[in-house]
Design a protein around this ligand. Structure first.
Ligand code: ADP
Ligand code: MG
Length: 245
């Protein structure tokens, strides 16, 4: 039996006023697959991710997550979002509470977990990202790379079936990028379904099952990383890669 698709995107369009940002995106992500999305600034990569978890409402088209049409007007948006973890370039931690509380508060508010249960799950996920010793620290006391790993742990603590990453290492000093990529590599190896917008071509080559190159709101080229990054077929892809590699 073929692997079921965890994410299916059909004829997705998104406009902001007159600006048509997504111009018909069709994309499937199989369960356990890692898809890296690359492309120039303004090509619609963030908007694409944000349409998957309905942070943006698509203008037209359909998005399915785990077989549920999230673009169905009757869908319970909160229930959908609980199944999708998202990590942003800016880590968006709650600055005034500890690392542990950053992980427990969403579990308690959104999932209604009891305090002890939430704390246990928080501890397990801090352990996974290698930050168990920072449980009582405040975000400002951590490096950018550590803050991003907390943000990943916070998303994981919600038990998502899909993880969306929007340039998770772009705001980091170069020496801090590796630890964050290592956590993402671990998740990929564990079989997490992931869509990753990134400029880290070495990560894409090493971890992605598939690379998608976007330009002007369309998918220009997609395929295995070795093909899209190593031997691009389209001039626009080649031009983009000469600038980021
Ligand atoms: P990328 O992530 O590839 O850099 P984005 O998806 O962020 O691209 O943006 C694509 C285009 O959509 C840009 O022209 C941007 O200005 C526009 N855009 C994104 N979000 C909004 C918004 N909330 N309101 C208006 N325009 C937006
Ligand atoms: Mg973006």
């Amino acid at each position: 039996m073929p692997t079921p698709n965890e994410i299916e995107i059909r004829g997705l369009h998104k406009s902001f006023g007159d600006n048509e940002v997504l111009r018909g995106i069709d994309l499937d992500v199989a369960a356990g697959e890692v898809v890296c999305v690359i492309g120039p600034s303004g090509s619609g990569k963030s908007t694409l991710l944000r349409c998957v978890n309905l942070l943006e409402e698509p203008t037209r088209g359909q998005v399915f997550v785990g077989g549920t049409e999230v673009t169905d007007l009757d869908v319970d948006i909160d229930a959908v979002r609980r199944r999708i973890g998202m990590v942003f370039q800016q880590f968006n931690l709650f600055p005034h509470v500890t690392v542990t509380e950053n992980l427990t508060l969403p579990q308690r508010r959104v999932l209604g977990r009891a305090k002890a249960h939430a704390a246990k799950v928080a501890g397990e996920n801090l352990e996974r990202v290698g930050l168990a010793d920072k449980a009582d620290a405040y975000p400002a006391q951590l490096s950018g790379g550590q803050q991003q790993r907390v943000a990943i742990a916070r998303a994981l603590a919600m038990g998502p079936e899909v993880m969306l990453f929007d340039e998770p290492t772009s705001a980091l000093d170069p020496e801090l990028v590796g630890d964050v990529l290592a956590v993402m590599r671990m998740l990929a190896a564990e079989g997490m379904t992931m869509m990753v917008v990134t400029h880290e071509m070495s990560f894409a080559r090493e971890v992605a099952d598939r690379v998608v190159f976007m330009d002007g709101g369309r998918i220009v080229e997609e395929g295995p990383a070795a093909q899209v990054v190593g031997d691009p077929q389209h001039e626009r892809t080649r031009h983009f890669l000469t600038r980021v590699l």
